[in-house]
Ligand binder design. Structure first.
Ligand code: C5P
Length: 289
């Protein structure tokens, strides 16, 4: 038996951190949406009782350092599974980019293994389990557009993102999420208007969504990395309706309504950055269910 799954990347339409909690995490309010830039996973039952991870990309570990491996092991141990699996991971999403690439792979692995090993777990059960290995995996399990609270693992589904073009630019800089959160000065940042963002999504109003985008982590990553700031400015100069950094960065994205203008932003950015993508929101929410 073989299962093929797509694992889409996400962008943050807003990211607010409210306060630092006693467990060291930040209490957050995030509006996120999946985009049609996706990794592909193939899962296959094997005769031996082990997890074999085969990664089709350079410099990505295939052992316990990979969230896919951790997810498979977690499911196997928790439900005492006496079967194995070979998981082939074909990476398309940039790594350490603020696009939840590792988390979406782990989410797809949980869904696929639930089916392969016939565990019959609900999405809610998988989401609860996933929080043990990462805050963003729960969102990736649901996909579409959602409001994430808690440390990011409490998910409330929202209506689909209105149709638009999304241009992503990933500078070749490595960002450590824990250090960005560590340097965040909550009393100095401008907090996004999350209520307005939620109302914009509910109304399917792209102008309101563009106007209420905000990410508190920009205050750290943009200030320390002028290249990221420059890419955001260029997006706006080339005609983006809105531009912002996703997650802790370094990827920045532009939202553009019109195709011709989106093409202009895409072509213009390619002169400044080697990794540029033009995608759409991922609204096919049924694909991995
Ligand atoms: O949950 P995850 O492993 O993805 O988080 C990575 C790191 O980001 C955490 O160890 C923490 O330093 C920081 N973080 C945080 N508050 C959150 C999510 C992540 O401070 N809500």
């Amino acid at each position: 038996m073989k299962i093929d799954l797509k694992a889409p990347a996400k962008i943050n339409l807003s990211l607010d951190a409210l306060y630092k909690r006693e467990d060291g995490y930040h209490e957050v309010e995030m509006v996120m949406t999946t985009i049609d830039l996706a990794d592909r996973l193939e899962l296959e039952l094997i005769s031996s009782d082990e997890i074999i991870l085969d990664v089709r990309a350079h410099f990505i570990p295939n052992d316990h350092r990979n969230l896919v491996y951790q997810a498979a092991l977690l499911l196997k141990e928790k439900y005492n599974v006496r079967m194995g699996a070979r998981i082939t991971l074909d990476k398309q999403i940039p790594v350490s980019a603020g696009l939840a690439g590792g988390s979406t792979d782990a989410a797809a692995a949980l869904k696929g293994l639930n089916e392969l090993w016939k565990l019959g777990l609900s999405l809610e059960e998988l989401a609860e389990l996933s929080a043990r290995i990462g805050s963003d995996i729960a969102f990736c399990l649901y996909g579409g557009t959602a409001f994430a609270t808690g440390r990011g693992e409490v998910i409330q589904k929202l209506p689909m993102m209105p149709s638009c073009w999304i241009i992503l630019a990933k500078p070749s800089i490595s960002i450590s999420t824990p250090s960005v959160y560590k340097e965040l000065k909550l009393d100095e940042v401008e907090h996004p208007d999350t209520k307005r963002m939620l109302a914009g999504i509910e109304a399917g109003d792209l102008d309101a969504i563009c106007d209420s985008m905000g990410n508190v982590l920009e205050s750290v990553t943009l200030e320390k990395n002028p290249k990221v700031k420059q890419l955001k400015q260029k997006m706006l100069e080339f005609g983006a309706d809105a531009a912002m950094m996703s997650g802790s960065g370094p990827t920045v994205f532009a939202i553009v309504k019109q195709y011709s203008r989106a093409k202009r932003v895409y072509n213009g950015l390619r002169g400044f950055c080697s990794e540029v993508y033009m995608v759409r929101p991922w609204n096919d929410e049924g694909i991995n269910k």
